[in-house]
Design a protein around this ligand. Structure first.
Ligand code: NAG
Ligand code: NAG
Ligand code: NAG
Length: 348
C-alpha cells in the first residue's frame, strides 16, 4: 500500500470510529456476554465503551441485537434508493460513503443511536435486564376511563444508556476533527429525539366479555420500521453545514443560511455525496449497474431514477407459487404449484 493511501485509510477509520461498534454483529462476537474479559477482546469498542461494557455486561446482548437491527433497517429503508446501505455490512471497515461526514453517515449515526435506545427500552420492559424494568407510570393524569398499568417500554433508560454508549467515542479527539464529531453528536441526538417522540399509548380492556369496564394503558414505542422511515425523510431534507467559531466554542451552522441555527430535528452533514450512479471506489459509490428497478413506479425505485438514464434490460423469469389452496377440515391446507412468468428490470 502506498503511504498516501495508508494515511487516507487511517483517516477514514478514525472518522467512523463513532460507529465501530456496528462491527459487533460479526459471528462469534455475540457469544454469551457473561464474561467481562470479553469486553476487552472486542476490538471494535473504544476504551470508554469497553468500560461501559464491563460495568453493564448484561446490556451487551441488546447492543448486539441493535447492530443487527440497524443493518436490517438501514437496508430495508434504502432498498429502492441508489445508495442502498449495503456497505454497512463491512463494519467496522467503512468505505468513504460512511467514513466521511456525508448525508449517508448522518443517517446511519442517527439510526444506530435510535435503534440502540429502542432496543434497550424494549429489553427493559421484557424483563431481560437486571438493571432496569418497565417504565414507571407516566406523570400525566390517567382519566376516568382508564388507569396506568401494564408494562411500558423504558424509554428513559434506553435513551440514557444509548447516549452513554454511542456518544462516548465522539468525545475523543481520535474520532475525527471537531466538526465531524459535532456532526455525529448532533445526528445521534436527532435519532434519539425521534425515538423519544414516537411513544404511543396502548390500552387493554378488561371486564366481563370485553365490556371494557376497566381499561389499562401504558406507553409503548412505535416499531423500528416507522422510526427508520421518519429518519429517511430527515435524510432527504438534511442540511449541509459548516463549522464556525462562536466565542470560545465551535458550532455548526447551515452552509446556505448562516443566520439561522441548526434545528434539533434536522440531520446535518459536512461533505456532499456523489450521485451513486456509477462505480467509484474513492467516493464509496458502487453504482447502480445490475440493480433491480421498478418500471411502473415513479419515485426513487423507478427505472429512470435508479438507472440514471442509462436504460435497463428486461428479463423474464419463471416463478413457482402456491396456488388453488384448499382448506381441509380439520386442520390443514393443501395447495398446488403454479408457474407464473414475471418480468425483471435490471439497470444497464
Ligand atoms: C458463560 O456462558 C456459557 C454458556 O452459557 C457457560 O458455558 C459459561 O460457563 C459461562 N461463563 C461464566 C464465567 O459464567
Ligand atoms: C445494493 O447495491 C449493491 C451495489 O450496487 C448491490 O450489489 C446489492 O445487490 C444491492 N442490494 C439490494 C438489496 O438491492
Ligand atoms: C412497482 O411500483 C408500483 C407503483 O408504485 C407498485 O405498485 C409495485 O408493487 C412495484 N413493484 C415492485 C416489484 O416493487
Amino acid at each position: 500500500m502506498r503511504p498516501l493511501t495508508a494515511a487516507v485509510v487511517l483517516l477514514q477509520l478514525q472518522l467512523a470510529q463513532g460507529i465501530y461498534w456496528l462491527g459487533l454483529g460479526s459471528p462469534g462476537v455475540s457469544e454469551r456476554f457473561n464474561n467481562t474479559q470479553l469486553c476487552r477482546k472486542l476490538g471494535v469498542l473504544t476504551p470508554d465503551q469497553q468500560q461501559l461494557c464491563r460495568r453493564n455486561v448484561e446490556l451487551m446482548e441488546s447492543v448486539v441485537e441493535a447492530v443487527e437491527v440497524t443493518k436490517a433497517s438501514c437496508q430495508n429503508t434504502f432498498r429502492d434508493m441508489r445508495w442502498n446501505c449495503s456497505s454497512i455490512n463491512a463494519a467496522p471497515h467503512f468505505s468513504p460513503d460512511l467514513a466521511k461526514g456525508t448525508r449517508e453517515s448522518a443517517f446511519v449515526f442517527s439510526l444506530s443511536a435510535a435503534v440502540l435506545s429502542h432496543s434497550i427500552a424494549r429489553w427493559c420492559a421484557s424483563g431481560s435486564l437486571p438493571s432496569c424494568s418497565c417504565a414507571p407510570a407516566p406523570a400525566e393524569q390517567a382519566s376516568a376511563d382508564f388507569r396506568w398499568g401494564g408494562c411500558g417500554d423504558n424509554v428513559r433508560y434506553g435513551l440514557q444508556m444509548s447516549s452513554a454508549f454511542s456518544d462516548t467515542p465522539l468525545n475523543s479527539r481520535r474520532s475525527g476533527t471537531p466538526a465531524v464529531r459535532l456532526m455525529h453528536l448532533h445526528n445521534n441526538a436527532v435519532g434519539r429525539q425521534v425515538v423519544q417522540d414516537s411513544v404511543e399509548t396502548k390500552c387493554k380492556c378488561h371486564g366481563v366479555s370485553g365490556s371494557c369496564s376497566v381499561k389499562t394503558c401504558w406507553k409503548s414505542l412505535l416499531d423500528m420500521g416507522q422510526i427508520s422511515a421518519q429518519l429517511r425523510s430527515r435524510y432527504l431534507s438534511a442540511t449541509r453545514v459548516v463549522p464556525r467559531q462562536v466565542g470560545s466554542h465551535r458550532q455548526l451552522v447551515p452552509r446556505e443560511m448562516e443566520l439561522r441555527p441548526v434545528l434539533d430535528n434536522e440531520l446535518v452533514y459536512l461533505v456532499s455525496s456523489p450521485d451513486y450512479c456509477s462505480y467509484n471506489a474513492k467516493q464509496g459509490s458502487y453504482g447502480t449497474t445490475d440493480r433491480l428497478c421498478n418500471k411502473t413506479a415513479s419515485g426513487s425505485g423507478s427505472c429512470g431514477l435508479m438507472c440514471c438514464g442509462r436504460g435497463y434490460n428486461t428479463y423474464t423469469e419463471q416463478v413457482e407459487e402456491r396456488c388453488h389452496c384448499r382448506y381441509h377440515w380439520c386442520c390443514y391446507v393443501t395447495c398446488k404449484k403454479c408457474q407464473r412468468t414475471t418480468e425483471r428490470h435490471v439497470c444497464k
